[in-house]
Design a protein around this ligand. Sequence first.
Ligand SMILES: [Zn+2]
Length: 579
Amino acid sequence: MRKKTLSIFFLYVCAALMLLTGSRTCDAATIYSGGLIYTKAGSAPAEAVVVQNDKFSYAGSLEGAFQAAGEDCERVDLKGRMMLPSFFEAHAHPNMASLLDLRDFPYEGDVPTPEEYVAHIRAYLETHPNTQALRGTGWNAAAFPDALPDKELLDQVSTEIPIFIRSFDQHYAWVNSKALEMSGINKDTPDPLDQIKRGENGEPGGTLLDEITLLVDSALPPMSVEEHMELILKFQDMAHSLGVTGYMSAMVLPPNDRGHRDYQYAAYRELLAEGKLSMYVRLAFLAMPETYENAIGWAAKEAAAYETDGASDLLGFRLIKFYMDGTILGQSAYLLEDYASRPGFRGNPLWPDVAGLRDAFRLCDENGLRIHIHAVGDAGVKLALDGLEAVKKPNRHAITHLELLDPADFARFRDMGVVATINPYWFCKSVVWDDSELKQLGLDRSEQMLPAKSFYDVGVKVAAGSDYPVSTPPNPLAGIEMAVTRTLIAPWRAGRTAEDCTLNLPEAISMEQALDAFTLTAAYAYDLDAITGSIEAEKSADFVILEGNIFETAPSEAKVLETWFRGDQVFRAEQPRTF
Ligand SMILES: [Zn+2]
């Protein structure tokens, strides 16, 4: 925080000087000018902005800025660079990432050798001596002779601490003997789906696939408060480097929910108490059909106690997360028509009936809790809207993912005041498109996936998020570019053309719409729009300075040079980042 200690003597001197000269004092004010200053969608750019302490005190003409701040104030010449509100990430899961990420360390060659992996894992444990269970991510199957690593390599690191490391695509887990032992997986474990790699004697070899990996994860001790704190701060640093100063963490378990402890919430409270949060953070607590009363009751009570003690703008958690369905690839998205790959099957909703869902939504509403809903399939979205009919409007509840919609449902978002939270990082045809979405949905439906413009056309409020770590890195400039172009940014195309990767081009939105979804309307979804999300007098001085002008060059190429939060610089590029 910038120090604001002015002695009484100094105040007297300033007052005396004002009387003598008639000019304005310059109380910690800085004037920015000389570049494109984008304030918010629908407004003309400002010629100059005044930042005073932790707020913008003026945005408008340079003349007006001098009048507001005084001519002898500190001045920053943007030198043609672009200044805009910092970004807000409307849906992410920072605590689903890992402290140990095997993509993070330097190595020779295309992929690390197994020995380099082992050395890196050992080094991690040396710097984290209190680790009870080592969870990591990021190994590449190409590093291993038969594509699947063995437990013996990890047993070299530890036979006492369970080690559980997911592959970079999240499908496989590489585990040591201790992790297998703690989860009860042995040569007699039934394995109808062939998800356990076995040695000649039938013993598990150390690599597991898909569902069975969850068995290990839930058998290990949960991440500690300290591990969660370190992960949150690691995410905060990355977010600042990407120009992000606010986010919503989309799935936090209430303590003791579902039989195991989640220390994520405790970690946020501790970081707030220690003054280490330098972003706006909103947390959504998970409610499932069998546990929702507990979850909602606990969250309402906790929020009330927090607010009685004097809540900080930095942290809030009047949010409840609901799942309507799963994913299209897992055939668990709830569809109005059959899966093309599975005639007669439309997926199953996670809430069996709308009456029960309405009871849960009503309970949120009565307790002043906002509702955030995961809905992927068109039937899932419809179920969410049918449920929301039960609560007061307009209400700023949100539905996210929105991969398929019945066209009749777009206007219902507007009529009910529901925010559509889109994931522009998915607005493209991925490398595996033909074998995934196209195969599951058929040509017609897959070509209509992930709408965005249709929401704007009928006047819906639209926010945007990455679903990090599903989309990594959560770089809003890449998301903005994909929302506008509907294709992958150039470095992510893996040798294919922009056309090959283009998805549902008629749903492309404008640059201003995309910017708004990642700034002001994302803040609106969490009641922070009066504080942040645009460059306006009296709002918090939360902004970024970009090297390039995203109205003239590809947004993903406009590097973030500086990020400011509440008038403090929280990131400065040593050298421009590259992706
Ligand atoms: Zn999510």
